[in-house]
Design a binder for this molecule. Structure first.
Ligand SMILES: [Cu+2]
Length: 141
């Protein structure tokens, strides 16, 4: 089976409620340094698979309560293709931000958006909503 770990649900819920009150927070524009693509693939399974190329294909969804799952593991130092689908107009998941990668992407409702990057040797790659309130991470390991 694939290794998918989900934790921090309580934290996400706490941030989700704070998030709706934070609608006036400003968002910093950043220059993307990685590729992104929008595909017609609406599948939203929370899976991590390793393709023959060594690229990990990860999928998650975001709704009013946060990211599902909020944590996914991926092999250290390997490329990742992360597909995110926003499944609800509730909350503030309309943008996803990867601060450490300078990536910011719009997430149109029910449209799969793919972000590609390389995992660090250790640690994790964090992502948030446009106002840094919904949170998740890809954990190297
Ligand atoms: Cu937010």
């Amino acid at each position: 089976m694939t290794a998918v770990r989900t934790f921090g649900v309580l934290t996400i819920l706490a941030f989700a409620s704070a998030c709706e009150r934070g609608a006036t927070a400003t968002a910093q524009a950043t220059q993307p340094t990685a590729t992104a693509a929008t595909t017609a693939d609406h599948s939203a399974r929370a899976t991590a698979t390793r393709a023959a190329t060594g690229t990990a294909d990860l999928q998650l969804t975001v709704d009013g309560t946060g990211y599902h799952p909020s944590s996914i593991s991926a092999p250290s130092g390997k490329p990742v293709r992360l597909t995110i689908t926003r499944t609800s107009d509730e909350g503030c998941g309309q943008q996803v931000v990867f601060p450490s990668l300078n990536i910011r992407r719009d997430l149109p409702l029910n449209e799969a958006v793919t972000v590609e990057f390389t995992m660090p040797a250790s640690g994790s790659v964090a992502f948030t909503c446009g106002m840094d309130m919904l949170r998740g991470s890809i954990v190297a390991g």
